[in-house]
Write a protein that binds this ligand. Structure first.
Ligand SMILES: Nc1ncnc2c1ncn2[C@@H]1O[C@H](COP(=O)(O)OP(=O)(O)OP(=O)(O)O)[C@@H](O)[C@H]1O
Ligand SMILES: [Mg+2]
Length: 233
């Protein structure tokens, strides 16, 4: 198993109340899959990503990445873990405005000891003709593709995507999902995608549904849809 969560809880305490962001979650995640986490606002999706990616620690329970206890690691080891194995894509693209597209993507490759070939990655996200432009010269979907390329070029084992299509229209959104799907096939990158959009579940191998800090359902799709075949919610 890539990840194993055993009786994981995360609580936040504020004056007079305790908030159970995650409530006794037990779950295993397989390597090489596209995993979609669905759930309403406040259900604990981002908290889950933060724990898996070592940005935060559980209040209770064990969390293992390839049999190593993340919940026992110190900050320095967690930093190493993120640097070596993980990539991140967020709803906002976090590009650096005074660097070109190519330079933005290069930042990702500097983070890695075994980066992928820059030109190949730029080509596979369809940005070859834009690589010498600056972020302000691109559309939202194109900027998201830069962010994907920057995350992928370091060749991470796991790519975390928090609402990667949230700021995009249907055509751009599907376009981004298609890139993620192709990358999953080509490089066997495990994709963990958090979204409000239930249509995206059809392209997952595994779908995790959350509500109020709990997992309500885990389903496996026998047939996975291509990104371009999704019906948009
Ligand atoms: N740092 C924090 N301090 C206190 N409470 C928090 C913190 N982070 C999250 N929470 C609470 O934990 C619960 C789960 O939040 P989380 O961000 O995981 O939800 P989400 O499913 O990602 O929601 P959204 O779809 O709106 O992004 C919410 O009730 C939230 O208010
Ligand atoms: Mg969130």
């Amino acid at each position: 198993m890539l990840y194993e969560l055993k009786n994981i809880s995360k609580t936040y305490k504020s004056i007079g109340e305790t908030n159970h962001a995650l409530d006794d979650i037990t779950l295993s995640l397989k390597k090489g899959e596209v995993i979609v986490i669905l759930g309403p606002s406040g259900s604990g999706k981002s908290t889950m990503l933060n724990l898996l990616s070592g940005l935060d620690k559980p209040t209770r329970g064990q969390i293992l990445f390839e049999d190593i206890r993340l919940d026992k690691m110190n900050e320095e080891s967690l930093n190493d873990y993120r640097r070596k194995h993980l990539g991140f894509i967020f709803q906002s693209y976090n590009l650096i405005s005074n660097l070109t597209i190519k330079e933005n993507i290069e930042l990702g490759s500097h983070l890695s000891s075994n980066p992928l070939n820059m030109e190949e990655v730029i080509d596979s996200v369809g940005l070859s003709s834009h690589k010498n432009k600056y972020p302000y010269q691109l559309s939202g979907g194109q900027m998201q593709r830069v962010a994907i390329a920057r995350a992928l070029v370091k060749n991470p084992a796991v790519l975390f995507c928090d609402e990667p299509t949230g700021a995009l229209d249907e055509a751009m959104g599907k376009n981004i999902l298609k890139v993620l799907q192709e990358m999953n096939k080509k490089y066997k990158t495990t994709m963990i995608i958090v979204t409000h959009n239930p249509s995206i579940a059809d392209m997952a191998n595994t779908v995790i549904r959350m509500n109020s800090g709990k997992i309500v359902e885990v389903t496996q799709n026998k047939k996975v849809k291509k990104a371009e075949e999704l019906r948009w919610a």
